[in-house]
Design a protein around this ligand. Structure first.
Ligand code: ZN
Length: 53
C-alpha cells in the first residue's frame, strides 16, 4: 500500500519496479516509482501535446 502524492489515497500495489508507471485509481494521476525502499511515487505532469508548427 502506498499513498498517492496527488490525492492522498491509499493505492494497492503489487511488486513495483523502479521507474514503473502506475495510475492512481482514485484521481487518475500517472505516477512514477522513483524509490523502492521506501516506496516513493512522483506525479508525472501531464504533457500538453503541442501540435502547432
Ligand atoms: Zn490519486
Amino acid at each position: 500500500m502506498v499513498e498517492c502524492p496527488v490525492c492522498g489515497a491509499d493505492i494497492e500495489v503489487g511488486e513495483l519496479e523502479l521507474h514503473q508507471i502506475i495510475e492512481c485509481p482514485v484521481c487518475g494521476a500517472e505516477l512514477e516509482v522513483v524509490g523502492l525502499d521506501p516506496i516513493v511515487l512522483e506525479e508525472i505532469p501531464e504533457v500538453e501535446e503541442d501540435w502547432g508548427e
